[in-house]
Design a binder for this molecule. Structure first.
Ligand code: ATP
Length: 234
């Protein structure tokens, strides 16, 4: 299947520190690709570069056939690249419902609306009138994902969604991602939780010290214990 998102030899820096080195990979329509790597490997920097919160010094991000170079992050969200950031930026004083409605500012049309979000995330329907800041960490994670879905993205970018969640919440998240896959959502995920990644992904790309070291389908990766030991904390 053809790539909906192509990352082509991106090099990104924080000041003079060179963080990403010729990072390249493709995300194909309908698939869930997981970018795996240890702490500090460059996962978040990759995601920030994809939505041009950070501009690469060289390389290209091609989304739906269009070069994202030089575009502002809000334009990229409107074009359908929907980031769920690692730090769960919900608006604490606003209600859950108000947070969700903010997600529609992309103006993009698609299947997602309040009714469907409430169907996928019953806890958000229950708490729709509560201030977002009063939700638990796991519920806030669900709210951040749901808010991004309200913008009807073509590709959902999930940056370490399982981080800091209880095992029960990780399970809920897993079921949700599997449901989103069934609905045809294209997902780029970053993770350190191998078990979670293996349960939801179709393919894996491993990043280490800003370099892509490994790419494979999930079944091959599952049996590749040497790679897991070499690049991931197992
Ligand atoms: P984590 O799981 O810890 O979030 P990560 O794989 O997402 O890890 P990044 O956050 O992309 O990793 O960090 C990659 C490298 O960039 C690390 O060496 C980190 O110290 C460095 N880095 C991250 N943010 C900054 C910043 N604002 N200024 C300078 N260096 C940074």
């Amino acid at each position: 299947m053809s790539a909906v998102l192509t990352v082509e030899k991106i090099n990104s820096y924080y000041g003079k520190s060179h963080i990403l080195f010729d990072v390249s990979f493709d995300v194909r329509k309908g698939e869930t690709l997981c970018l795996m790597g240890r702490n500090g490997a460059g996962k978040t920097t990759t995601f920030k570069t994809l939505v041009m919160v950070m501009h690469p010094k060289s390389g290209r991000v091609i989304f739906n056939g269009r070069d994202m170079g030089g575009l502002k992050p809000y334009r990229i969200a409107r074009l359908g690249l929907g980031l769920v950031p690692e730090d769960r930026k919900i608006f604490g004083p606003l209600t859950v419902k108000e947070n969700l409605i903010l997600g529609t500012t992309t103006g993009k049309k698609g299947i997602w609306n309040l009714d469907l979000v409430y169907e996928y995330f019953p806890v958000l329907r229950e708490f729709q009138n509560r201030a977002g800041g009063t939700l638990s960490g796991g519920e806030q994670q669900m709210l951040t994902i749901a808010r991004t879905l309200m913008g009807n993205p073509d590709v959902l970018l999930l940056d370490e969604p399982s981080e800091g969640l209880s095992p029960v919440m990780v399970n809920t998240l897993k079921d949700l991602v599997l449901k989103l896959k069934e609905a045809g959502t294209t997902i780029l995920l970053s993770e350190q939780n191998i078990k979670f990644a293996m349960a939801v992904s179709d393919c894996v790309v491993i990043i280490d010290k800003g370099h892509i070291r490994y790419e494979s389908d999930i079944e091959t990766f599952k049996g590749d214990d040497v790679i897991k030991r070499q690049y991931l904390a197992v």
